[in-house]
Design a binder for this molecule. Structure first.
Ligand code: 164
Ligand code: MG
Length: 335
């Protein structure tokens, strides 16, 4: 970390825990909990997914503290081109979900959802292509396929003209295999690494092994803006800055990260504010015509009140902050 950790009691004293309802199920959740930290530089977000243990979640805490205690970097751009994100909904729900985004020019479609089949993915991608004939389409399987399955699925899905496929299979070597196998079929579909970057002990391994064409990078999961800018610079790969399904406070940090990345050849996955039915401010960070503004976000007091969680959940989050803080204080911490 490039800043001194404030005392944990100070973090807890200045924290608010909220729960936001979502318009549509995403990543298996219909509600999203987040702890927001108020600090001298503004607001930060700590919203590691509930199932993550302290080692992984501590990077998210470092990011939240960074946002609350340090200034955002000097922006190289004032707005960020963003994609709409389409959860693994049925084909007849697509138009309704995408109506929550203002004129998207790029759409990321979730595929390989547990309990669904390749036919569902084909129907979803085909219908999205029918509705948006000129949009750039990409798919994200979140490691949901095996190698053979990924190759046959992507051979079929690439008929709809895909910009890239994100994390079709688990691991780093798996990505490289899928990429090679597609090429041996004459399909030059680009492969993006996401989980292989943010969940791996070494986020640069993908780049070192040349396992993917581009990297998805996220502010909270990778420990904050400065940590991610270092990873991006060292990787030498093209990057796509994506959200961690954050509230508008976390999205502001992610947009600040995207604003400071030297090259942004692809739209970023930062339009996820549109997936929420409620946000922490009456002026949430939403995209207009595929562009997201770069600005700080402070939650509204009345939203903090109406969206606040039960005492029991608040206690759970406080305990989690303490456990993650311990990790950040540990001498072996890589953060
Ligand atoms: O990249 C996007 O378009 C939106 C963000 C997004 O897809 C995700 C946000 C949070 C958790 C992840 O499962 C998921 C992703 O895999 O990229
Ligand atoms: Mg992904």
């Amino acid at each position: 970390m490039n800043f001194t950790l404030p005392p944990v009691e100070e973090l807890i004293a200045n924290a608010h825990v909220v729960r936001l309802p979502m318009r549509v199920k995403f990543r298996g959740v219909t509600e999203r909990e987040a702890l927001l930290i108020h600090g001298p530089a503004g607001w930060g977000e700590f919203s590691a997914f509930l199932e993550y243990g302290p080692a992984e979640a501590s990077r998210w805490l470092a990011a939240g503290i960074e946002a609350a205690y340090t200034d955002f970097p000097t922006p190289l751009r004032t707005s960020i081109p963003v994609n709409a994100t389409l959860p693994a909904v049925r084909a007849n729900q697509i138009a309704g979900v995408l109506a929550n985004y203002d004129a998207p020019h790029t759409i990321k479609i979730k595929v390989a959802e547990k309990g669904q089949h390749l036919d569902d993915d084909i129907a979803r991608v085909a219908e999205t292509r029918r509705l948006f004939p000129d949009a750039a389409l990409r798919v994200d399987a979140n490691t949901g396929w095996g190698i053979d399955e990924a190759v046959s699925a992507l051979l079929k899905l690439s008929e709809f003209d895909l910009q890239y496929a994100e994390q079709p299979v688990p691991g780093i070597v798996g990505l490289a295999r899928v990429r090679e196998r597609l090429r041996s079929h004459g399909v030059e579909l680009k492969i993006a690494a996401d989980e292989a970057v943010r969940k791996h002990s070494d986020p640069l391994e993908v780049a070192r092994l040349g396992a993917a064409d581009l990297m998805v990078i996220k502010a909270q999961p990778l420990g904050g803006i400065q940590a991610v800018l270092d990873i991006a610079a060292q990787s030498g790969l093209d990057v796509v800055v994506s959200s961690a399904l954050d509230t508008s406070v976390g999205l502001a940090q992610a947009a600040a990260l995207a604003s400071a990345v030297p090259q942004l050849p692809y739209a970023c996955g930062l339009a996820t504010g549109s997936l929420f039915a409620e946000d922490v401010t009456a002026t949430p960070l939403l995209a207009t015509a595929g562009q997201l503004p770069v600005r700080r976000v402070a939650p509204d007091e009345d939203k903090l009140r109406t969206l606040s969680v039960t005492t029991e959940r608040r206690t759970w989050w406080e305990q989690r902050v303490r456990e993650c803080y311990e990790q950040l204080m540990a001498p072996e911490s890589h953060n």
